[in-house]
Design a protein around this ligand. Structure first.
Ligand code: HEC
Ligand code: HEC
Length: 305
C-alpha cells in the first residue's frame, strides 16, 4: 500500500473511531428536556401512553466500552491500521501457507500406506477412491463426464464399461492418464467413394447385430477385409495396440447411428487424450486411476448380480 493510501486508511479509521467515541460520550451525558411529571410530554393513544425518560442501561454502556477496547487491541495486534503490520506479525499469506502445509501433511498421511499397492488394490480403499473422485472431477469430468460415462461429441470414451481402447488393467489406465493417448482413424472417403462408405458402414453395423441391406453388407465386407482388418481385426473386435475400437459391441466413441458411423469412416477421427504427467503428481494420477478402476469393478458386480 502506498503512503498515501495508508494515510487515507488511517485517517478513516481515526475518523470513524472518533465519531463513534464522541456519540458514546454524548449519549451518556445528554439531558433530555422533561415536563414537571418526569415524562417528555409526548403522548399516544389519547394520553394512555406517555413517553418516559430512562438512563442508558448499564450493560449497554459496558458492552460499548468493551467494544472500543477490543477495537484498539485488534488494531494493535493485527494489520488494519494502514501500513502498520500489527505486533503479532500475522499475515493472510502466512496463514494460507500453513493451511496448505497442513493439507499436504494430511494427504501424505492418507497416501503413504497406499504407495506400495497396485491400482486394483488401491481401488478397494474408500480413502483412495474418495480422493480420486475429487481429482477426477477437477481434471477429467470436462471431457469424460461427471460419472465418467464419456462424451460422443469429443470421442471421450465411457470409462465405466468393460470396453477399452487401450486396455483396462490398472497399470494401463495409469499409463493412459500419465502419457495420454492419440487414436488415429484415417479418412476413407476418397478411397471408398460415397457408395463404398455406405456399404462398409452397413457392414460395420451388421457386426453389432443390426439388420442391413444384404448387398451393402456383402460389398462392405469386401472393403472391410481389404482395408479395415489391419487395425480393427478380422472379427472387428479392435486392437488395443493402436487404440482401434471394438466395432461389434454397440458401444461407440462417436455415436452408433448410420450417419455417425459413416462420418467416422468417410472423414476419419482423431481422439486426443491429453497427457497429465506434467500436471498431476504420480500419486494423484494413481488415485484417479484407482477411482476409474473402481467404477469398472462396480459395473461388473452390478452385471453379475
Ligand atoms: C480434453 C478432453 C479429455 C480430458 C480432459 C481427459 N480425457 Fe481421457 N480421453 C479423452 C479422449 C478423446 C480419449 C480417447 C483417446 C483416443 O481416442 O485414442 C481419452 C481416453 C482416455 C482413457 C483410455 C480409455 C480406453 O478405453 O483405453 C482413459 C483411461 C482416460 N482417458 C482417462 C482420463 C482421466 C483419468 C482424465 C483426467 C486426468 C482424462 N482422461 C482427461 C479425452 C480427455
Ligand atoms: C490405421 C488403423 C485403422 C484403420 C485401417 C481403420 N481404422 Fe477405424 N479406427 C481406428 C482408430 C484408432 C479409431 C479410434 C479413433 C479415435 O480414437 O478417435 C477408429 C475408429 C473407427 C470408428 C469409430 C468407432 C466409434 O466407436 O465411434 C469406426 C466406425 C471405424 N473406425 C471404422 C473403420 C472402418 C470401416 C475402416 C475400414 C474402412 C477402418 N475403421 C479402418 C483405426 C483404424
Amino acid at each position: 500500500m502506498s503512503a498515501f493510501w495508508s494515510g487515507w486508511v488511517k485517517f478513516l479509521v481515526v475518523l470513524n473511531l472518533g465519531i463513534t467515541f464522541f456519540l458514546f460520550i454524548w449519549a451518556l451525558r445528554v439531558r433530555i428536556p422533561t415536563e414537571p411529571d418526569g415524562t417528555t410530554g409526548h403522548v399516544w393513544a389519547h394520553g394512555v401512553i406517555r413517553e418516559g425518560v430512562r438512563n442508558l442501561p448499564l450493560w449497554w454502556i459496558l458492552f460499548s466500552a468493551a467494544m472500543f477496547a477490543v477495537g484498539f487491541v485488534y488494531l494493535t495486534l493485527f494489520p488494519g491500521f494502514g501500513n502498520f503490520k500489527g505486533t503479532l506479525g500475522w499475515t493472510s499469506a502466512a496463514e494460507l501457507e500453513q493451511d496448505i502445509a497442513r493439507n499436504e501433511a494430511k494427504l501424505e498421511e492418507t497416501i503413504r500406506p497406499l504407495r506400495g499397492l497396485s491400482i486394483a488394490e488401491m481401488s478397494e480403499h474408500p480413502n483412495a477412491t474418495a480422493l480420486g473422485y475429487r481429482l477426477f472431477q477437477d481434471n477429467c469430468a470436462a471431457c469424460h463426464g461427471t460419472r465418467a460415462t464419456g462424451n460422443h461429441a469429443l470421442g471421450a470414451p465411457d470409462l465405466t464399461d468393460d470396453d477399452w481402447l487401450y486396455g483396462g488393467s490398472g497399470e494401463t489406465i495409469l499409463a493412459s492418464i500419465l502419457d495420454g493417448r492419440q487414436g488415429t482413424m484415417p479418412a476413407w472417403g476418397q478411397v471408398l467413394g460415397h457408395n463404398g462408405v455406405n456399404e462398409v458402414t452397413a457392414y460395420v453395423l451388421s457386426l453389432s447385430g443390426y439388420s442391413v441391406p444384404e448387398d451393402w453388407e456383402q460389398a462392405g465386407k469386401a472393403h472391410y477385409e481389404k482395408i479395415c482388418v489391419a487395425c480393427h481385426g478380422v472379427d472387428g473386435r479392435g486392437n488395443t495396440a493402436v487404440g482401434a475400437p471394438n466395432l461389434t459391441d454397440r458401444t461407440w466413441l462417436y455415436g452408433g447411428d448410420f450417419a455417425s458411423v459413416a462420418t467416422s469412416v468417410r472423414d476419419g477421427r482423431h481422439g486426443i487424450m491429453p497427457a497429465w504427467r506434467a500436471r498431476l503428481s504420480e500419486d494423484e494420477a494413481r488415485l484417479i486411476a484407482a477411482w476409474v478402476y473402481a467404477q469398472n469393478a462396480e459395473r461388473r458386480r452390478d452385471e453379475i448380480s
